[in-house]
Design a protein around this ligand. Structure first.
Ligand code: ZN
Length: 498
């Protein structure tokens, strides 16, 4: 029987969470539906909700309850202790940052975003330097408020993936780099080349029908979720109401398809969390890398595989008979698994994508350590791009200015993408071992056993464990790049005969 203090804590966390979901919904609506002249009104609504959310999350009563529950921790269940631990993290983050500081950072973020957009349009990094320098100063101050001044970059990493440090990530990335860089070179030297421009003129209506069928078959529940069109694909919302977006291009039908499957992976994770436990560690995702492992697993291991296409290719050809008439099954499969290095991260294939992340992580680490000045970033970026990708940006717009993240002070965020790829591959092999004949299911269009396995081993866990503990619990192995390299070699090594 839970104590009255615990019951009150949970009730308060759920209220604060509910408020946050209203804010999320308005944010989704802003991207999908907002009439052009209503932006000002929406900004006021969102500001009000942010104030209410801050007030609810920083109430003195919460601090009293946490103090009481922490003193009586010995009488609690492990689940209760996990809820209290996470609530403490969130409470400290809301209450230890002075209001002046929060305002200063919000103002800088807004100005830096516009400065970044203008700098990128003109490929003029110099005009953006003061904003990024200021963000770095504030980032270190924020870490200091939270008692993490000795390792501010670790503080930011921990915000995205609790428990992780730059030291751990550096070891994992170094090992991945040693395997991946020569593997990419071998693929590029292969006589097997992905076909360019064979998929053209796919009407949006057909694409919409196909990806609705695919995402529904994967298990996304459209009774408590939606897929709409926005400028950028994303997934937001909660288990009770999950909102995904995509965008269409008639000459790039695989873009909408795979970005929708990616967001469906995020959506399936959200739908697998307990709605009744929302706002507590038991109904909360386990961090950005775990979230990304879910999107990548469905997008890459599942939907870029032969078995998936054995089931869906006939339907794809049925919806697009003229567009696919001259395309062989092998050409289609190669187009789906094309490896072509690019300067732009968001356009990268799943093999070279990881190198984009390693590049950003190494630069962020040096920025925080004071080994690299902001003004020297473009040169460092160029050198790293040549080393890792074999490509030199012609200007800063296709180099250091391409990502929005730093303009919002979102440091330590990039590594989650690559860590998610590592975890996805580890989950993939664990699922294959636990579920014999799994890919035969896919070839019949049945994905329910994989989803059920993920529901049990990942989704239902909520945030009881951090990334490292969760990977070990589910796969029996520590987080590592071995499974990812094995998977890339098995799929791409075979396809490109290297
Ligand atoms: Zn994602």
């Amino acid at each position: 029987m839970s104590s009255p203090a615990y019951a009150e804590l949970v009730a308060r966390l759920q209220r604060t969470h509910l408020l946050a979901t209203v804010s999320d919904l308005l944010g989704w609506d802003e991207q999908v539906n907002l009439p052009p002249a209503s932006a000002e009104h929406r900004a006021r609504q969102l500001t009000l909700l942010a104030e209410l959310g801050h007030a609810a999350g920083s109430e003195a009563r919460l601090g009293e309850l946490l103090g009481e529950l922490e003193a009586g921790a010995s009488g609690q269940t492990p689940d209760e202790r996990a809820v209290v631990r996470q609530a403490r993290r969130d409470y400290d983050r809301v209450t230890k940052l002075p209001a002046d500081f929060v305002r200063e950072k919000a103002a800088l973020t807004s100005h830096a975003y516009h400065a970044w957009a203008a700098a990128r349009a003109k490929s003029d990094f110099a005009s953006y330097v003061p904003f990024l320098e200021k963000h770095l100063v504030l980032a270190k101050r924020e870490a200091a408020y939270l008692g993490r001044s000795a390792a501010p970059y670790d503080y930011y990493i921990d915000q995205n993936d609790p428990g992780l440090t730059a030291g751990v990530i550096g070891g994992l990335f170094d090992e991945l780099k040693r395997g991946l860089v020569p593997f990419v070179r071998a693929i590029l030297a292969s006589p097997v080349k992905p076909p360019a421009g064979v998929l053209r003129g796919f009407p949006v209506e057909g694409q919409r029908v196909f990806l609705r069928e695919v995402t529904e078959r994967l298990g996304f529940d459209y009774q408590r979720g939606r897929l709409d069109v926005a400028l950028h694909p994303f997934c937001s919302g909660t288990a009770a109401d999950t909102r995904m977006t995509t965008r269409f291009n008639v000459d790039e039908p695989l873009d909408a398809l795979f970005s929708s499957i990616h967001e469906t992976g995020h959506g399936l994770y959200e739908q697998g969390l307990s709605p009744a436990l929302g706002g507590t560690a038991l109904g909360m995702h386990a961090g950005m890398a775990v979230h990304e492992s879910q999107s990548r697993l469905w997008e890459n291991q599942v939907a870029r595989g032969r078995a998936f296409w054995r089931n869906f290719e006939p339907r794809f050809r049925e919806i697009f008979p003229t567009q696919t008439a001259g395309v062989t099954a092998d050409q289609l499969y190669l187009a789906i698994n094309a490896v072509v290095p690019t300067l732009i991260r968001v356009d990268a294939d799943e093999v070279t994508y990881n190198l984009h992340i390693i590049l950003r992580f190494e630069l962020e680490k040096k920025l925080f350590a004071g080994e690299l000045a902001v003004r020297d970033l473009p040169e460092a970026w160029r050198a790293a791009s040549c080393e890792l990708l074999g490509l030199e940006p012609a200007n800063d717009a296709e180099g250091v200015l391409q990502d929005v993240h730093w303009s919002g002070g979102a440091f330590g965020y990039f590594p989650s993408y690559c860590l998610g790829n590592m975890m996805a591959a580890q989950l993939w092999y664990a699922a294959l071992a636990a579920l014999p004949g799994l890919e035969d299911d896919f070839a019949r269009g049945d994905f329910s056993r994989l989803l059920g396995w993920l529901r049990t081993h990942v989704h239902a866990e909520g945030r009881r464990h951090d990334l490292l503990a969760l990977v070990r619990k589910v796969t029996g192995e520590p987080l590592s790049p071995h499974a990812l390299m094995r998977y890339l070699r098995e799929r791409y090594g075979t396809l490109y005969r290297v």
